[in-house]
Design a protein around this ligand. Structure first.
Ligand code: MD6
Ligand code: FE
Length: 214
């Protein structure tokens, strides 16, 4: 097969580890519907910089939709039913996001993924996310689906020890990363976002991480 034939099928999934799969451009077909669904979510629950248990402010601004929302404050990290800023339940998880997350998980080999939490992270140029593990969820057998929008990023895919040297994974607008199974507790982070303006999303990166938290 010649290269021009291959291109007709678009970029193929890339397995980065046993249970970690990158789906390049997977969020592009439903992108406009996804952005339409996000607008009212972010009106009801605007981006904010949460406090860390150590008393700093997070560089990443965040919001949530779904039954459960991830929060950080002086007491620590946890999921809540109510947005602490409004006192109201987090906005519902839009159907387009539920569908996209289910399809992405399936494409990566995880059947029947039904998230109840979507963390929405907002990065400006220069913002980074330090190495961490996602361990506030109840069931580590459930995967995580992560959608990247806007400015490109370098995702740090580490190992199960903080000291394991992370692999650098470039993430572009529309890419979806799915991981679970034995990779679920890998350390990971995001290098500082390079300055730039994305033609559709402007001067920002937005990451949506969908989880079954409860
Ligand atoms: C981000 N993502 O890409 C931050 N966590 O902006 C995460 O922290 C993350 O992408 C767990 C699984 C996938 C992720
Ligand atoms: Fe994470």
């Amino acid at each position: 097969m010649i290269q021009s034939d291959l291109d007709l099928f678009g970029p193929q999934p890339q397995r980065l580890a046993t249970h970690t799969v990158l789906l390049p451009g997977f969020a592009l077909p439903p992108l406009e519907a996804l952005l339409d669904a996000l607008r009212p979510v972010l009106r009801a629950a605007p981006f904010r910089h949460m406090q860390t248990p150590g008393g700093q402010h997070m560089a990443v601004a965040l919001s949530n939709c779904g039954t459960l929302g991830w929060v950080s404050d002086a007491q620590g990290y946890r999921y809540t039913l109510l947005d602490p800023q409004s006192g109201q339940p987090w906005p519902a998880l839009p159907q387009v996001l539920l569908d996209l997350a289910g399809k992405a998980a399936q494409a990566a080999g995880f059947d029947g993924f039904v998230p109840d939490a979507c963390l929405v992270n907002h990065y400006l140029p220069g913002t980074r996310l330090t190495l961490h593990q996602d361990r506030n969820e109840r069931d580590f057998s459930q995967p995580i689906v992560s959608i990247s929008l806007g400015l490109p990023a370098v995702f740090l895919l580490g190992g199960l020890q903080r000291s394991d040297r992370p692999r650098h994974v470039p993430l572009s607008h529309g890419d979806v990363l799915v991981w679970g199974g034995e990779d679920r507790l890998r350390f990971h982070g995001v290098l500082p976002i390079k300055p730039g303006v994305h033609p559709r999303m402007g001067e920002r990166r937005i990451n949506l991480t969908l989880r079954k938290a409860g």
